[in-house]
Structures are given as structure tokens and as C-alpha cells.
Write a protein that binds this ligand. Structure first.
Ligand SMILES: [Zn+2]
Ligand SMILES: [Zn+2]
Length: 142
């Protein structure tokens, strides 16, 4: 069936299971964000897929908390995490149709590939980007 991928369900969860969710349909390839805010939030660069907000269904949100991130370059960004285990999970500019979902939360096999790097201008000094994928100083420019 040609439309099979539209019905595909990918699950995600935090480390302890107090946040669990499902996403319907095709997910974007993984983009690594090297900005200083993601590096604080994730402990290193952030790896994200992205999906339309309405395609995300929370199946357990007992632990879910949102931190409004005033220093993010994108306006009105809220970062979602589990208040029980501390897993970093979501990057969501409210008023925008897409939500970025931390790749580490996805239940494998994801069938996704990493497709590039953003905010390389804010990369930490203790690692190099050694693959041949596209790199952007700031946002992804299509
Ligand atoms: Zn948790
Ligand atoms: Zn970032």
C-alpha cells in the first residue's frame, strides 16, 4: 500500500516511563543541533526528529514538564522533559506547527538517518563534526 507510511507509528519514552508518546506518520531525518541551549539541555548536542504537533499523542504524561526557554533564538520555545528521571524530550516553539522530538527518546528500530547539523557556530570546542552531512552556522537553510 502506497500510504502505509502515513499510518506508521513510532513510539517514544523517557528513561523512567513517566512520559510516553506515539507519533503517527513519517518522521523527519535526525538533525543535530549544536546550539549552546541544546548542549545544556541534553548534556551534549541535541539530536532531533521533527513532526507536526497534532501527530504526537501522549500516552503517559505524568512526568512531563515544560521549561520556557528565554534564551533560545527562536521565539516562544518550550522545552519538554521528564520531571522524574530528567530525560530531555521536546523542543517546541509554541505557535509553530512542528515539534522537535529528541532522537534518544525513540523506540528502535527507528529506520531514521541523521541528515545534518545546525547551529554549528555554537558547537562546543571538545568535539569535531567528522561526517560529510550538511552543516549550517545557524538554522537549516533549504
Ligand atoms: Zn522519566
Ligand atoms: Zn539547539
Amino acid at each position: 500500500m502506497a500510504d502505509d507510511h502515513l499510518n506508521k507509528i513510532t513510539k517514544g519514552r523517557c528513561l523512567c516511563g513517566q512520559v510516553q508518546f506515539e507519533m503517527q506518520g513519517e518522521l523527519r531525518g535526525i538533525v543535530n543541533c549544536h546550539c549552546s541551549k541544546c548542549r545544556k539541555f541534553h548534556g551534549n548536542y541535541g539530536a532531533y526528529t521533527s513532526v507536526k504537533v497534532e501527530k504526537v499523542k501522549m500516552t503517559q504524561e505524568k512526568g512531563l514538564k515544560w521549561f520556557r526557554s528565554p534564551t533560545d533564538e527562536t521565539p516562544n520555545v518550550h522545552r519538554g522533559f521528564c520531571s522524574e528521571c530528567g530525560s530531555s524530550l521536546f523542543w517546541h516553539p509554541r505557535d509553530q506547527p512542528f515539534i522537535a522530538v529528541a532522537a534518544g527518546s525513540l523506540v528502535e528500530p527507528t529506520t531514521l538517518k541523521t541528515i545534518g547539523h545546525v547551529w554549528c557556530s555554537q558547537k562546543a570546542d571538545f568535539y569535531e563534526i567528522k561526517d560529510d552531512l550538511p552543516q549550517f552556522d545557524e538554522r537549516w537553510i533549504a
